[in-house]
Write a protein that binds this ligand. Structure first.
Ligand code: GLU
Length: 449
């Protein structure tokens, strides 16, 4: 495993102590601190004025009660969160997650990751994240609406187009953003389009936002493969998840000539050796809001569903974890390496455990961390903010070509930084350092804040 520079060890100790119950935040902070030893060895001024300690401490953390009434007329209570992590580069920016696993530690790790991810895009956005332990599964449309409205009744006073701009994440898509935007507009009596991103197209959304995270991951992997003189053509690909990120990563990979043979949801995975029928997955997930097992019933022959289990047992050359944090562990990594994987890219946020990342890097598997590989979603959110600010609406092609350019630049920044700091091809190190330096330079310019 990597080690932490002794000058940074006390900073990690403070993080562990201050956030005692937040293991995912420890994991994310440790990984970034492991990369920063090389920066302070070369530029000691980056450890002056407790700069790194300040970067590890959120600027503001908001926790609130969300009461709502279910269809049986019972009062339900959930907990809402918004962690405004860092605003050195722009307004706090990052998604809202609705999932029963959400707690302050999860939101904190996501906000921390978001800060560096957003810096890597090169666009003027700070880092934040929000969410609730509300479980959207099995809820009626009306229940979703009442929950979103109650969530926004509190959140509205903390956000704004120049303050904090939330968007979607797990469990939050265009429907939820619509309900939240409606309540924000009503409470503030102003049509402030730039306060949320991932909006519907008719009221200020951006073309290609829905596709952006998955497309961006595929663009990043294409650059990573190109740096090794290879491409997607004819390669077997396994994707975990079947939400927004997974679906549009698969779509772009198919257009690049890759063959996607498996994808999953929380109940299990499907394998289709003829190649996943993406239209069918879209019908099941985007229209029916159903389970991935429905695929086998609807498709008939040539495919099968495995209940539970690990999708990473399916042999592939390229693996894209696009579901959730820590979904791919050391055992999964071992199996993937044995089966000949050549590239792994995180479409989700921190889906690989530290042990898995270590095994991939040891085996010389190309590995792209989420803060680089999945930055296309938030980058396109920033393009949505640009369109809102200029009261404009760009074509799909124009938006997608900006996204492609941004992902190519992120790849180049990570790759060049890894070379500059003596670890060529280490995208974890490259992403952490390139993101850190941008945030750190802005913070140093602003004094002790
Ligand atoms: N939730 C996405 C992410 O993890 C997108 C955030 C956004 O668009 O603000 O980056």
């Amino acid at each position: 495993m990597n080690t932490i520079d002794e000058k940074l060890q006390p900073i990690l100790s403070t993080v562990l102590h201050r956030n005692a119950g937040d293991p995912e935040f420890h994991q994310a902070a440790r990984e970034v601190l492991e990369s920063l030893g090389r920066v302070i060895a070369r530029n000691p001024e980056y450890s002056d004025d407790a700069l790194i300690e300040r970067i590890c401490e959120p600027e503001r953390q908001i926790i609130f009660r969300v009461p709502w009434i279910d269809d049986e007329n019972h009062v339900q209570i959930n907990r809402g969160f918004r962690v405004q992590f860092n605003s050195a580069l722009g307004p706090y920016k990052g998604g809202i997650r609705f999932h029963p696993s959400v707690n302050v530690g999860i939101i904190k790790f996501l906000g921390f990751e978001q800060t560096f991810k957003n810096a890597l895009t090169g666009l003027p956005i700070g880092g934040g994240k929000g969410g609730s332990d509300f479980d959207p599964k099995g809820k009626s449309d009306r229940e979703i609406m009442r929950f979103c409205q109650s969530f926004m009744v509190e959140l509205h006073r903390h956000i704004g187009e120049y303050v904090d701009v939330p968007a979607g994440d797990i469990g939050v898509g265009a429907r939820e953003i619509g309900y939240m935007f409606g309540m924000y507009k009503r409470l503030n009596n102003r049509f402030e389009a730039g306060v949320l991103t991932g909006k519907g197209l008719v009221y200020g959304g951006s073309r290609a936002r829905k596709e952006a995270t998955g497309f961006g991951t595929a663009f990043f992997v294409r650059s990573m493969l190109a740096a090794k003189n290879t491409d997607f053509e004819g390669k077997r690909v396994v994707v975990s998840g079947s939400g927004n990120v997974a679906i549009y990563a698969m779509e772009k990979i198919l257009s690049f000539g890759g063959k996607v043979v498996a994808c999953s949801d929380s109940s299990g995975y499907i394998v289709d050796e003829n190649g996943i029928d993406l239209d069918l997955v879209k019908q099941i997930k985007e229209v029916n809001r159903g389970r991935i097992s429905d695929y086998v019933e609807m498709k008939g022959q040539g495919c099968h569903h495995v209940k539970g289990g690990s999708v990473w047992n399916v042999p592939c050359e390229i693996a894209l974890p696009c579901a959730t944090q820590n979904e791919l562990n050391g055992n999964d990594a071992k199996v993937l390496v044995e089966n000949g994987v050549i590239a792994v890219a995180e479409g989700a946020n921190m889906p690989c455990t530290p042990e898995a990342v270590h095994l991939f890097q040891k085996a010389n598997v190309l590995f792209a961390p989420g803060k680089a590989a999945n930055a296309g979603g938030v980058a396109t959110s920033a393009l949505e903010m640009q369109q809102n600010a200029s009261r404009d609406s760009w074509s799909f092609a124009q938006t997608e070509s900006r996204l492609e350019e941004i992902m190519t630049n992120i790849h180049a920044a990570c790759h060049e930084t890894s070379e500059e700091y003596g670890a060529p091809g280490d995208y974890v190190l490259g992403a952490n350092i390139a993101g850190f330096v941008r945030v750190a330079d802005a913070m140093r310019a602003m004094g002790v804040i």
